[in-house]
Design a protein around this ligand. Sequence first.
Ligand code: SF4
Ligand code: SF4
Length: 327
Amino acid sequence: MKNKFWEIYRKINKLPQSVRIETCSLCQLNCRDCYMRKNDPNVIIGNGYLKFEDYKNFIKKNAYIKNIELSFAGEIFLNPDLYKIIKYSYEKNINLTALNGVNFNNVSDEILDALVKYQFKGITFSIDAVTNETYQIYRRNGNLNKVIENIKKLNYYKEKYNSIYPILQIQYIIFRHNISEIKDVKEFAEKLKIENIFFKEPWNGEIKFSDLDKKTLFEIQFIHRQYKQYDILNNNIPLCCQPFIQPQINWNGELLGCCCSTHKNLNVNVFKSGLRRALNSKKMKYMRKVIQGKATSEDIIACHRCSFYHQMQAANKYLNIKKIKFI
Ligand code: SF4
Ligand code: SF4
């Protein structure tokens, strides 16, 4: 009865059943191109973590939420309230994921156990090498051997509980320094029982997929096809759809809109105003109009300087919300 009420409430108010909440913007690594570690005064994420009490209140007030993506601009495993967040979400039938990425260098046994026991649905490991020497070139302060040990321990718990969750995948950012290790990543993943691998071009533009030779490209596509089998890993929501179906919220409750919105906030706090009111706030509505091509962008929202928006502008092709599923 309660669930039915919330589903009707959600549909009447056109509220999403999925959100993204930054769980911890702090990180022990210092990756070479990480925008969070450059002390850029224009980045508005700040340093902090999601408090359990805020999370609990948010869930109580928005009981129609079914899926929450926790990873964003830091390392979720540094959040001291993470155990409580995972356990509480399980009790409330909420699917948790960290598909944006985690470095997985420091994870306690208690959390590794909880990830399986409380059916955390999916994790993306940011691993762009198969040797520690190469890994540390980009993932400064990180140690691939520690990551491997933690993945092995996680697999131990998966066997112990006879669970397929969390489903595991690797995000491999391609750089000039790690191209030579692409050929070994499939075997690396297989040994660690990792189900999927996907590759990304670096933000700094030092290399593009088109720069790679055909053999390497084949290798990439082969790996990707071979492991792309679970729905949860296929659930790639295009970034510009996020303001509608999976809005990004910062660790302190500030509404950001999407995960690219790191330099402008929308001047509304979800934990204070409530999600429904926040999603109907002035700047959020404006952001949604801009990405649908119904308003001209001004430099008050992140879209104005976002490459995705510039691509839409160049092609004169904007988001068509009628094509978005489960709104
Ligand atoms: S692991 Fe992620 S959040 Fe941490 S420094 Fe690297 S890119 Fe940034
Ligand atoms: S244009 Fe960029 S900032 Fe705007 S919604 Fe799309 S991804 Fe987000």
